[in-house]
Write a protein that binds this ligand. Structure first.
Ligand code: ZN
Length: 429
């Protein structure tokens, strides 16, 4: 892809070019690719660079007690509550350059757009780059987001990274005061809404030839551990009709799970991603198999129905094959619906930017917005990415799409302002 030269004024091109700049050393801890874990050297260098861009765009930049970067563009009066725009600046190992970062860069561009036009609103705009969403350093994800939403627990400070460094120590090494960590939490009255632009990380928009999509909800998720027990036996001597082969049963179960996942609405997905066969040697009929089941859908009801169908199908297969089945629920994440009012504004903004009716879709992946929804009404905008590929150096975004996303974001902000003014008007009548 040939990227046009960076513009001096607010643009999606500049957002993309800046993501590219932040995709290598010194902004990465891995000289060979992009790896930017929470509170690492690459994270520190990245915050310096972003702070400079925020300042240049007309914001006051600061780093909060959890290592998040915040740029504030004041409203018509100081101390006005804020419309918060953001995403994460951390990355997985061997990452793509746009996951998270593009949302932060587009936030900066949106502010630059209004600052260039000397436009102020009755509310402030804050652009936030969360330090930890991916959980690529500590065993828990969204630590920095939860610090802002006020849902970080005291025991999280004792979490250890792979080198045995605790979160408390890592914060101190980064130059932050652990005793003040709770200052990162924002009071509800400070934040009017949270808006996040993010690459889709899926193939839907590309398949439908659309640059942008509006997220209706972040999927509900179940994760189960299934254990199937049959009888192990000699692969040479045990007659086929006498076998109770745990792997053959599990194979039938995997296909049933795939069928149930595919038979539901578009946003229902069911996956077996891990399987362990015991004893797992060529000359023994498998005696036991353990596998994972991941089920996600836009609503808890759809997810629950699919889980019930999976349960019934697996029990039927186990009965017919005379093996035992144990299903253990390991994770139960509720769906996070986007705010209906903000979603309508985002749909209008996308329609305005693209000139066609917007596509609404469910996010199968988790995002900072999931946690921020606990603090403020939330809306999300998805941007097409090549092949739906993410968490991979091959991640790619078209600059024209980033430009459209910027147009949708600024239009959303205008509509947000108009809606606030209209409801204030109503309040005074
Ligand atoms: Zn992300």
């Amino acid at each position: 892809m040939v990227i046009p030269p960076m513009r001096e004024t607010a643009s999606g091109i500049r957002a993309v070019v800046r993501c590219d700049e932040l995709g290598t050393a010194p902004y990465s801890d891995d000289p060979a690719g992009l790896f930017r874990p929470y509170l690492g050297a690459g994270h520190a260098a990245t915050l310096d660079r972003i702070a400079a861009w925020m300042t240049e765009a007309g914001m006051t930049a600061r780093i909060d007690a959890a290592g998040n970067i915040l740029g504030r563009y004041e409203g018509q009066s100081p101390d006005a509550p804020a419309l918060m725009i953001g995403s994460h600046v951390d990355s997985v190992r061997d990452a793509g350059r746009y996951d998270g970062m593009l949302g932060v860069m587009l936030g900066i561009e949106a502010v630059a757009w209004f600052a260039e036009r000397r436009r102020r609103f009755p509310f402030a705009i804050e652009v936030i780059g969360f330090g930890d969403e991916e959980g690529s350093r500590f065993p828990v994800s969204m630590l920095a987001t939860r610090a802002v939403a006020g849902t970080l627990a005291g025991q999280d400070l004792d979490l250890l990274d792979a080198d045995g460094t605790s979160l408390a120590t890592a914060l101190e090494i980064f130059g932050l005061d652990v005793a003040r960590l709770d200052h990162a939490a924002r009071p509800r009255e400070d934040v009017l809404a949270y808006v996040e632009a993010h690459i889709e990380q899926g193939p839907v928009l590309e398949a439908e030839d659309r640059a942008l999509g509006v997220v209706s909800a972040i999927a509900a998720q179940f994760r189960f551990r299934a254990t199937v027990c049959g009888v192990a036996g000699h692969a040479g001597t045990m007659a086929m009709r006498l076998r109770r082969d745990a792997l053959a049963a599990a194979a039938e179960m995997v296909l049933a799970i795939e069928r149930i996942g595919g038979a539901g609405t578009d946003d229902l997905v069911a996956t077996v991603g891990r399987m362990e066969v015991r004893p797992g040697v060529p000359n023994v009929v498998p005696g036991a198999v353990e596998f994972s089941i991941d089920i996600r859908a836009g609503t808890g009801a759809v997810r629950d129905r699919a889980a019930e169908a999976v349960r019934a199908a697996l029990a039927g297969i186990a009965g017919a094959r005379q093996v035992t089945l144990d299903l253990e629920l390991q994770q139960d994440l509720k769906a996070t619906p986007c705010d209906p009012g903000l979603t309508r504004l985002m749909e209008q903004a996308v329609q305005h930017a693209m000139g066609i009716a917007p596509r609404t879709l469910v996010s199968g992946a988790g995002h900072d917005a999931m946690v921020m929804a606990g603090l403020a009404p939330m809306s999300m905008l998805f941007i097409r990415c090549a092949g739906g590929i993410s968490h991979n150096p091959a991640e790619a975004v078209r600059v024209e799409d980033a430009d459209l996303a910027l147009r949708a974001m600024t239009d959303f902000i205008e509509r947000f302002d108009a809606r606030a003014a209209a409801s204030a008007q109503q309040g005074t009548q």
